[in-house]
Each structure stands twice: as structure tokens, then as C-alpha cells.
Design a protein around this ligand. Sequence first.
Ligand code: IVH
Length: 704
Amino acid sequence: MYTPKNIHTLSHLTQQWLQKEKTPEAVYYATTNIEELRNVLRFHEYQYYVANNPLISDYEYDKLYKLLENTEKAHPELVTPVSPTQRVGNSLNQNFITVPHLVPMLSLENSYNKADLLDWDRKVRELANMPAIEYTLEPKFDGAGISLVYENDVLIRAVTRGDGVEGEDITNNIKQIRSIPLTAPFSKHGIQLIEIRGEVIMSKHAFERYNEKLAEQGLPIMANPRNAASGSLRMKNPKEMAKRKLEAFLYHVSYYTKLPANNTTVSALLQTHAGMLQLLWECGLHAPVKEQKIVQGIDSVIEQVEAFEHLRDTLPYEIDGMVVKVNNLALQDLLGMTSHHPRWAIAYKFKARQATTVLNSVEFQVGRTGAVTPVAKLTPVAIGGVTVSSISVHNEDYIKEKDLKIGDTVLIERAGDVIPQIVKSMPKLRTGHEKPIHFPKNCPVCNCPLFKEEGEAVWRCVNIECKAQVVERMIHFVSKDAMDIKSLGEANVRRFYELGLLRDIPGIYKLDFSAIAQIEGFGKKSIENLQQAIEASKKQPLHRLIYALGIRFVGETTAKTLANAVTHLFDVEKMDTLALQQLDDVGVKVAESVRHFFSNRQNMAMLEELEALGILCFNEKRAEPQTGSLHGQSFLFTGTLTQLKRSEAEAMAEQRGGVIVGSVSSKLNYLVVGEDAGGKLEKAKKINTIKIIDENEFLSLLQQ
Ligand code: IVH
């Protein structure tokens, strides 16, 4: 079994397997050494998901994973339940059985200020009869609590918090979280059975991507990463769960039994909480050892919690406070529990990002796709330094689900930089004067009747001439991620539209600048800037144009996929829904929407007009081939190459499916270094996932 300690042996074995993987006998070899291959894969899962220090590229990992998969397909008798391939279950969760926790999951007492902490410390010292206590501090992860049980080094169960005494068995879903190993060498520490507590979280980044996806599909977005994480745990389909990019932190050992042979030896690690976390870490679990602090006395605790609160926004995940724990486990035992919480730990809660306010009215806004979005107007309230006065309440179902009424007191929340959301209404505070929210039957802008498609929650205005839609489409077209016409912007689009200077998207390229010059606030310089920005947008790459068209369900990623599939925009018109569905991540819904857009005569006339006006409709940089030995690998060249011209080298990498990038970042796979390389090389040295190679190594990479 691997341990994170034998990194050199495993790195060496990885290289051997990567060589073998290329040979025709690879599967044959793997059948006789399958456990070694599995340990190599487990090791890289650990490096990637737990240690945050990947040592091979995703491409290389995928190759080795495929080899294991193929070997197991050819020899099903070799499959074991803890093989890395066994995370992805094929069956749906029918129901979630209720199971007891080995030890009840208590919650923590809360503290909100220095005085609360001092008071708690005084009680601890009195009970312990000690002048000062050694404490540990960890982030209070804002996710969904779980418990894991490993027996004889194998993950046998994962359970939701439930009512604290029993929860639901979510083992199949938890196996989708790559930072939770299916096997862990607890026996090395003399442990036979262990129950571990932790938190499943969704990082801020994954949460934003997830909400973008929901929004693209016209579904209501989630209020915060916590809801997104806890909502995922009980999903029917484990594969869906896998897509959500969840992570876990394991922060507490609630119970363990020792192996019979070990009943006299007690590892030093088992004597303190910090030691326990270290033990978890050494067994390959994602324990917050790097995040944890050990301090002497409550004054240092107070210093640390204050320092951490400032760091809150810089962390990649949400935390809502810190947890302070007595480090010595014997002392923890002595202090014991009340009926609600342990006496040896306390949560220090950061300033709330929730607030209550009153929902005064609801306005209905029409978006570029005709979707009518209700927006709640609130009595302005400050949360986390931002004043919130209106919040989208998404659609009719959402209003029903949250039981919202005009006049209601509502709880709102702002998670980090995320758009504020209504968490819930407070029916208990109702006076009887609250009014129901009536959804309009007709478009609030053009008065056409609204429609709702079967299975959808959104009412739509289907009049594509509707003024609101026309304006919103233009605003989207010029926006930053679309054609990025900076000087135009939302305010000017509205202004020009109201003045009759702009009626549709092609009109952007036919603006009458002499008329604009008459408008107050438009000087010579601002007109020049506007002209330049519009002119520059004509050369935007094709994927931006496709995204700018505002086709339903076509976000930036799908726009790139479409652009990469064609040489000219009009090639998309020739693709039927089946051809479209061959593309990555294009399902029926997206394919139909694309077809719908390109089979509309008005839309095609608009595209022809755009092309005639000089807008680039060609895919100048037809995407790299989807195959090729360097597919998916990114390259950056720095310094002077001696054998190749830089442009030649770049073209060679691209021909084999590589991508050329402009700067050093953690996304870079290879930095190819020529003579007199400078800053880029220095920067790349600090990111240990980047492979730094010279020209010769680059050439031999091309040969492979
Ligand atoms: S220790 C017996 N440590 O906060 C005590 N809990 O409000 C075990 N939480 O139920 C809990 N981060 O779900 C602990 N570093 C951390 C935590 C943490 C988040 C959660 C946990 C707990 C809740 C209490």
C-alpha cells in the first residue's frame, strides 16, 4: 500500500508505468502487477486532491487510469471494491438507509467575541485545574458534515450528519470525492476501525462554475457553496455528484479500536488532536494540518482568530469561523461533554454575512432570451460591506418554494463575492398584511402573452422583437466576455436605443457618429475611443462572436467548442442536431437550441449582414487536433532557441495537439527554455507542476 512518504519510489514506478503503458503488452503486464498500478494511481490522486501538488499531467494520469480500466475489463476477476476505477458507480442510489454513527455527532458551542472566548477558557482551566491550556485552531469549514468509517484499511461507510445520532448512508456518493481515499493504511498505526468526522465543501471556484452552468440551463442558482455541497450528498446519481467537484476536509477522530496485536503500543500521535490530524494526513486523508495552528493560552487564540478573519476572503473555500480545541486528548476526555456539545472545543464565528430585511415589492425584468425574471426590491441592508437593495428571485417555482410574500421579512446571505440570495422567508413574523406575488400573464415590456415550456420553470416572452430583448441582446453582444466593446457598455446601448440611433446588433457597426457627437457628454476623444473599440471588435475570435449571439444554453465553453468545430460561422448552419451532439458537452438541449437559432431566417440575415460589415466569421486559428501526442498539454517558450525558430517550435507543438499560452501560471504544463531565459523561468520554478525542459527535450517529446 502506498503512503505519502514513499514519494520517490512511487514517482519512479510512475515513470516505469508510463513507459509500459505505450507498449502493446501493457495489459498483459498490468494483470500480473495490478496492485502496483493501482497504488501508483492512488498516489497521484493523493498528490492532486489532498497534497495539492500534482506530479504528473492529467493526460498521463488518464493514460494510466485507462490502462487499469482496460486490464480490469479484460480480467473482471481481478477487480476489487477499492480499485480506483470503482469510485464511479453505475447504479443509481435507490434510497438512503439510515445508520447510526459510532459516536453521536455533537455540534459545537458558539462564541462571537473575545469575552466569550475568555469565559470559555476560564471554565476549561478551572475544570482542568491548570494555569494555561494548549489549544489548536482550525478553520470552521462551511459545508456539510459527514462521518467516515474505515475498517481494516478500507472505507466501509460514509454517513450524513443527520440528527447527530444517526444519518443516511451516502457511501456511494462519497466515493466520488477524489480527496477521500477508498483505502488508507491505518493498520500501520495499530488501528483496526476508525470513525472520522469532516466536512464536504465546494470551493468558491467550483461553486461559481456550477452556478454558471445552472444559469445557462435556465435553472435557479444556489445561494451558497454550503447548500451546493449538502444538496449534492443525497443525489440519486453518483455520476452527477462526481461532476460537482466536491472536496472534503477531515478534522476529527471520534472513535477508533486498536488491532489485537497492538493493544499495548500507543503511537505518540494518538495523544493529541494535532497528532491525530497528522496521523490522518499520513494515511492520505485531507486533514487540515497545514491550516492548523497550535498555541499556548487563550490570548494567542484571540490573536490568531482575529488574524484569520482577515484571511477569510483570500481562501479558496468558504469558512464561517474558527474551531478552537483542547490539544491534549486525555484532557479532552476529562472535560467531557454536555448533552449538546463537547466542553473541550468551541467555534468562534466570524461576522455574519447574513441579514434580515423586508421584501417591499417585486419587479419583472425581461432578459435577452425573453426569460422573465422576478427581482425582489428590499429595504436596503448592509452585509459584509455591501448594501443590498434588490435580489433576483429567479422564477415562479422559486417564489413558491421559498414561500415569499410582499411585506415578508426575509433572511438574505452574501457568500464571499457571490451574488446575494434569499435564504428563506420568515412566516412567523407575518402580520397578516403580506400580499402574494402575482406573476404577470403578459410581457411587462411588450405586453405579448408569456409562455412556459413543459418541464421548465421560466416564463418567456416569445416576441423576439420585444424591446427589452432587443436591448438586452445588444448589451450582451458588447459585454466584456463577448465582443468586449468597452466604450459602448450597457448605459450607452440603452441611451442610443432610446434616441433611435441603435436598433439592432448590426446597427452597432453602422452608428452615426456625427449624431452621437451632438449628445451631451460625447467629446471628440470619447467618440474616437468608441469608434476604435467598435472597429477592434470586428477582429474578435470566432468563439467570442458565437457567444455574443446570445444563443440559449450556449455559454463561453460551448461557444468555444462550436468555434473549434468549424472553419466558418456558417458551417454551424450545416450541422444537424446529431452532428452537433457529437461535440464535447453538447447535449440534445444545446443542439436543438443551436439548430433553432441557425434555422431562423432573421438570424441568418443578421449574420450575413455582420459578415458584410467586416466582422470576422472565420476561425482563424482552427483548433488544435483533438488527437495528437501532445493533446491538451500547454506550452510556453522562453529565451532564444538555437535549433528552431520560436514560431516553428510553436507550430510543431500545435500540430500535435498542444496549446501555446502567453504566460506562466499553474495551468502551464511545459516551459521550454532557450538561452538567456529570464523572469518566466524564475516564475515557473516556483510552481512545481510545470515541467521545465530545454530545446532538446522538447524535440524528443515531439518524437514520442
Ligand atoms: S470539530 C465533536 N472541527 O461545525 C466536535 N467541526 O457548528 C466535532 N465544522 O458539526 C466537530 N469545521 O460539522 C470541527 N474544523 C472543524 C470544523 C467543524 C466545520 C462543523 C462541524 C460541526 C459544526 C458545528
